[in-house]
Write a protein that binds this ligand. Structure first.
Ligand code: PLP
Length: 458
């Protein structure tokens, strides 16, 4: 399996190389040249999650890992997800199901990809003897998942930038309390988009990139997208492989893009519904064709508070029929505030994705309504998804909404909605007692580079 950049000017790589590099050297994102079909779709129901994961992921990894290595990585990764089904489906109403992706160690869906790629990185680095420096940008959940997955892994330092003061206390503590020497939490003075922009700067500084062996674990990393295809397939299998709609609380477009890959592999996904909060650039882009960056308005679903949605570039590349030159041009225009999607590409995008947006009041109301109707307490991101799903539901077509985080990760929003603070699961009970380790850093690429060079342990 060969991987090409969305901007067409980076070397073609295999799976392992694409995984270890993250962002392509031309600033683009890697995609497989072709999407493999998944055989035996109707035989998947009832299989362990790990077995489905192996069957889904195997066609993408080519010669990078042996079957034994891949199975071992999958077993170790998902042993830490504390539910026998790993990604259980929970019925909310007739025809509406919640896909619970929050039973992992940091209580958000990010664990599904991060736990796996940490295992795959470890195998690859042991084999090559290479040492790397991972830098990630996070609106909260990616960072905690990465620190949890990579802490103590040999030959890797992990630096995570999060927007200072803009993540929940649980998210912050998950990043600042692990005491492994190879993990470093950085509180950056700025928004999540600033963190993402600095991250891209680091990758585009090729001397720095090569000097520290820079690797990326944001959802621009293709290996993360691959891991996230699996639960679309297990959900579709549980529902009997009937045509099903999926509604996905969306920020950086990684999770929903994995849904489009599941569909391309053959899973019977009818509509993929992009659910956004008040930071609705994706909903506006799909409605009007105008992708224009505005100001981030902090919301109670902070993991979706973004204006530049990195993985949307992959969807654009496919919508433009793989014309890398056109994508490079759009991304150049984005530097000065935005671009207009061509009519043909907009039609292609609309054939793949539907979208909806909900504001803060409706998010709170949805948490209240679902608790009253079912007893289930949603996190605010999942509530955005459920609200949009309810607007788009069609009789006779099952709807699956992805529940992307555990409500205990966002206790303030939940308390505001229903007056109670959900308890953390037992394995996280000590979180508020542990000392925090964090470095404040200005929104400046040179300052970041200096700090990373100074703090590296390898
Ligand atoms: C990351 C995240 C999202 C958005 O996912 P993308 O893949 O960036 O679109 C939604 N909800 C939660 C809880 C998240 O952590």
């Amino acid at each position: 399996m060969r991987y090409v950049s969305t901007r067409g000017k980076a070397p073609v790589l295999d799976f392992e190389q694409a995984m270890l590099s993250g962002l392509a050297r031309d600033g683009g994102l890697y995609l497989p040249e072709t999407v493999p079909a998944l055989s035996g779709l109707n035989d998947l129901d009832g299989l362990p999650y790990e077995e489905v994961a192996f069957r889904v992921i195997r066609p993408f990894t080519g010669d990078s890992f042996t079957d034994v290595e891949l199975r071992g990585a999958i077993e170790r990764a998902y042993a830490r997800i504390e539910h026998a089904a790993k990604a259980p489906l929970h019925q909310l109403a007739p025809g509406h199901h919640l896909l619970e992706l929050f039973h992992g160690p940091t209580l958000a869906f990010k664990d599904f990809a991060m736990q796996l790629i940490a295992q795959l990185f470890e195998i690859a680095l042991k084999r090559s003897g290479q040492r790397i420096t991972i830098v990630g940008a996070t609106s909260g959940d990616t960072g905690s998942a990465a620190i949890e997955a990579f802490r103590g892994i040999d030959n890797v330092d992990v630096f995570i930038m999060f927007p200072h003061g803009r993540v929940s206390e649980v998210q912050r503590r998950q990043m600042t309390t692990p005491d492994a020497a190879n993990v470093h939490a950085l509180a950056l003075d700025g928004h999540f988009d600033d963190c993402q922009a600095r991250l891209k700067d680091l990758f585009n500084d090729h001397d720095f990139r090569d000097g520290v062996g820079l690797a990326g674990i944001n959802s621009i990393n293709w290996a993360r997208v691959v891991a996230q295809i699996v639960y679309y397939v297990t959900a579709a299998a549980s529902l009997g492989m009937r045509d099903t709609d999926f509604c996905v609380p969306t920020g950086n477009f990684g999770d929903i893009f994995a849904g489009s890959m599941a569909r391309a592999m053959g899973a019977p996904i009818r509509r993929l519904i992009v659910a956004t909060n008040q930071n609705d650039i994706l909903h506006r882009a799909l409605s009007t064709g105008e992708y224009r960056v505005g100001e981030v308005a902090p919301s109670m679903s902070p993991s979706m508070d973004i204006q530049v949605s990195s993985n949307f570039e992959r969807a654009l590349y496919l919508a433009y029929g793989g014309e890398a030159g056109a994508i490079a041009q759009l991304m150049e225009e984005l530097r000065s505030g935005g671009f207009t999607v061509s009519q043909g590409a907009l039609q292609a995008l609309r054939a793949q994705y539907v979208s909806g947006r909900v504001g803060e009041e409706e998010t709170l109301a949805t948490i209240r309504t679902i608790r009253a109707e079912t007893g289930q307490i949603l996190c605010p991101h999942s509530a955005v998804g459920v609200a949009v799903a309810r607007h788009h539901a069609e009789p006779g077509v099952p709807m699956v909404t992805l529940a992307t985080a555990h409500p205990a990760k966002f206790p303030d929003a939940v308390e505001k909605a229903v007056g109670i603070r959900p308890a953390l699961p037992p394995h996280m009970a000590g979180l508020f007692d542990l000392p925090e380790r964090v470095t404040r850093v200005e929104n400046d690429t040179a300052a970041l580079e200096a700090l990373i060079l100074e703090r590296r342990t390898i």
